[in-house]
Ligand binder design. Structure first.
Ligand code: SIN
Length: 344
């Protein structure tokens, strides 16, 4: 779908008296921020030039360059797109030592997934700020321009370095690892239920509540694609049919979005045991939206079946991404548990 040559149309934007302002590169991928007409699903109508034209105030805070990577709803994002986007960002940062940071505009539905993938794979200390909008570009009281403006402020701030990828909406800054979309409609759609926000884009300046902390990143060199990892949702009466189907489809890993602190139905447990017997790595997280399934206490095994691995406080969709990347390094259960421990 996304041919690199078609995607990477570099656009240069002029600005006056540019020298003292931070240089920020904006990579547009689509989403509601680039859509028109509420709820019509018409993502992809507004290009990066128009996004920038809608925020003339950007010219007073940064020197901007822009790039149209894609113009799609974020529900159409794929792991192949993540690889392309991560590489495009790493290449741009390597080519442009003058840049203070990167802003990615993106649909909010899977924003947390793309942002976490970038967090785990872009090594550069400069910030990547992922933003979007809950209201389309032609709506009333639109949030896109303010979000873009604040994202550029954060990307240009020296205090944002060494923090990896972040999500900014509604003046709130979240670590990509911690953030989740927790409201389907409101402009304050994101939260970090377990760890709280990272900071705020206040009128007076960018405020961070905690010092930077970064974990190691995964090297994408020589990686052509990512292993298949699926998510199984647990609910009363779940019979494990999906787990069997994922294994049959070639899944190398499965994350169970379990009820409570890692519990699942007896039938799911049986399906998980069969999956593990076939060498599939199974992780157990929680569907509750907050709290932990400790890494060492997924579901305890027996003398003949190994234990699953808990996801810690990573939600199932984030644990899936970490597991996909972990499986590019090792398929050893204990090593994968160590990777999850190191990413708590
Ligand atoms: C999308 O994720 O592409 C649509 C929803 C949004 O951007 O808020």
């Amino acid at each position: 779908m996304l041919r690199p040559t078609a995607l990477i149309a570099l656009l240069a934007f002029s600005a006056t008296a540019q020298s003292t302002r931070p240089r920020v590169h904006i990579i547009a991928t689509g989403g509601t921020i680039a859509s028109t007409n509420y709820y019509s699903g018409s993502a992809g109508h507004v290009g990066v030039e128009a996004l920038l034209r809608a925020v003339p105030q950007l010219d007073s805070i940064a020197t901007i360059s822009g790039q149209q990577f894609a113009n799609i709803a974020s529900s159409a994002m794929t792991p192949a797109n993540w690889l392309q986007l991560s590489r495009a960002i790493s290449d741009t940062l390597a080519r442009r030592p003058d840049l203070a940071g990167i802003v990615v505009t993106h649909g909010t539905d899977t924003m947390e997934e793309t942002a976490y993938f970038l967090d785990l794979t872009v090594k550069d200390p400069r910030p990547i700020v992922v933003t979007g909008a809950m209201r389309p570009s032609d709506g009333i009281g639109i949030d896109g321009p303010a979000n873009l403006y604040n994202a550029v402020r954060v990307a240009g701030a020296s205090s944002a370095r060494e923090r990896g990828a972040m999500i900014l909406l509604n003046d709130e800054i979240f670590a990509a690892r911690d953030a989740t979309k927790s409201n389907a409609v409101r402009p304050d759609a994101f939260s970090a239920p377990y760890r709280g926000d990272l900071g705020l884009a206040e009128p007076e300046g960018i405020v961070f509540h905690r010092p930077p902390s970064r974990r190691g990143v995964f090297d994408l060199a020589n990686l052509r694609d990512l292993p298949r990892v699926d998510v199984s949702y647990s609910y009363a009466g779940a019979d494990g049919t999906d787990i069997d189907a994922f294994v049959a489809a070639g899944a190398k890993g499965i994350v169970v979005a379990a009820t409570g602190r890692g519990s699942m139905t007896p039938a799911q447990r049986q399906a998980v045991t069969h999956a593990m017997e076939k060498g599939v790595i199974v992780l157990v997280g929680t569907r509750t939206g907050s709290g932990t399934v400790p890494v060492g206490e997924g579901v305890r095994g027996t003398s003949s079946t190994p234990s699953t691995i808990g996801t810690g406080d990573l939600n199932p969709q984030k644990a899936r991404i970490l597991l996909m990347l972990a499986l590019t390094r090792t398929s050893d259960r204990r090593e994968i548990a160590k990777i999850f421990q190191a990413n708590q």
